[in-house]
Design a protein around this ligand. Structure first.
Ligand code: PRP
Length: 186
């Protein structure tokens, strides 16, 4: 596999990601046996993980997507607002919120309560990556692909200025790629 020239280091290869998502799908399949859960992906980052996880989950699934206000370019998390809510009536549904990355925890902690308030029977969370060191509010996901270091990650849905989302691996972006835009990551 050719690695993108702007990637410093690959943290999780396509093979590792595939194997881990298969395990997560098997866990969800056994935890939700007899139920018809709904995966709700958070746009845009969740689309690749959601598509892969759904295909490894052997249940009669529904899917939907919601959109929340994003950080902006400087990676500093602000308040979270729901811009587009679920188009599904969630009353009585078993919801699994699917995210590419759990970072400060602000997005998921807010969304879990927002979707529970819509009458969901249960609300759990599945994240491909967990940057545990970056947490600003206490939050733990129910299904975690990989715990990752607190670096500038791209690929598998994660972007820098909308680029690199479709890389089939998770990598650390070269510092010079964002420093050219005056972005400083501490
Ligand atoms: C990222 C990610 C999560 C959120 C996690 O989204 O996809 O939604 O940040 O961060 P938190 O735990 O600090 O709240 P982003 O705002 O970059 O939007 P995108 O998915 O469209 O890239």
């Amino acid at each position: 596999m050719e690695i993108n020239a702007n990637i410093e280091k690959v943290l999780f290869s396509p093979e590792e990601i595939r194997a881990r998502i298969k395990e997560l799908g098997e866990s969800i399949t056994s935890d939700y046996r007899g139920k018809k859960p709904i995966f709700i992906g958070i746009l845009k980052g969740a689309v690749f993980f959601l598509a892969d996880l759904a295909r490894e989950t052997d249940l009669p699934l529904k899917i939907d997507f919601i959109s929340v206000s994003s950080y902006g370019m400087n990676s500093v998390s602000g308040d979270v607002n729901i811009l587009r809510g679920a188009q599904t009536d969630l009353r009585g549904m078993d919801v699994i919120i699917v995210e590419d990355i759990l970072d400060t925890g602000k997005t998921l902690s807010k969304l879990v309560s927002a979707l529970a308030a819509q009458g969901a029977a249960s609300v759990k969370t599945a994240v491909l990556l967990d940057k545990r060191e970056a947490r600003k509010v206490p939050f733990e996901a129910d299904y975690v692909g990989f715990v990752s270091e607190n670096a500038f990650l791209v690929g598998m849905g994660l972007d820098y200025a909308e680029e690199f989302r479709s890389l089939p691996y998770v990598g650390i972006l070269k510092r010079e790629y964002y420093e050219k835009d005056g972005i400083v990551i501490k």
